[in-house]
Design a protein around this ligand. Structure first.
Ligand SMILES: Nc1ncnc2c1ncn2[C@@H]1O[C@H](COP(=O)(O)OP(=O)(O)OP(=O)(O)O)[C@@H](O)[C@H]1O
Ligand SMILES: [Mg+2]
Length: 150
């Protein structure tokens, strides 16, 4: 699925749409957010986390690697792998010990193996001052979700 995102509000709206299309039980879903520096990965993640009900600041996980958000019946982990070298380092940093929850992963290309267990990949590209988004399913349930929002 491709979508032209004219401005930041359009990126936010897409994040809200994806969140609304997900099933109630989000545990163990993984969404990969791909694209160059400044393409809008964090913008999407922040709008998604707000759509889940979080109020207040949403700091960048670039240095902490993982920022957790706990809700009554769900956790969201906002992850940024920009500074991570490979899957071994990610394991060392404790990625495999995260409790159940939905993972939003920026810079997933740092650890290509992540795609094996992911559900969706959002790729953001510059289109002049705007952006082009492409969303693909990486799992059966991910592909079903794309059909729903198409
Ligand atoms: N559809 C859009 N059109 C134009 N500008 C946008 C759009 N979506 C987001 N932006 C703007 O682009 C910038 C994106 O910054 P953001 O931090 O989200 O990028 P990022 O992909 O997370 O970058 P990084 O690789 O550094 O983590 C913000 O200034 C935001 O306002
Ligand atoms: Mg970012």
């Amino acid at each position: 699925m491709n979508r032209y995102l004219a401005d930041e509000a359009a990126t936010n709206a897409l994040a809200e749409e994806v969140f609304a299309a997900l099933p109630a039980d989000l545990a163990d879903w993984t969404l990969l957010l791909s694209g160059e520096l400044g393409a809008g990965k964090s913008t999407f993640a922040r709008a998604f986390i707000r759509a889940a009900g979080h109020e207040g600041p949403i700091p960048s996980p670039t240095y902490t690697l993982v920022e957790p958000y706990k809700f009554a019946s769900l956790s969201i982990y906002h992850i940024d792998l920009y500074r991570v070298a490979d899957s071994e380092e990610l394991r060392y940093l404790g990625y495999n010990e995260l409790d159940d929850g939905l993972c939003l992963v920026e810079w997933p290309e740092r650890v290509p193996e992540l795609a094996n267990d992911a559900d969706l990949i959002l790729e953001l590209r510059y289109e002049g001052d705007a952006r082009l988004a492409s969303i693909r399913g990486l799992s059966e349930r991910g592909s079903a979700l794309i059909q729903k929002i198409n």
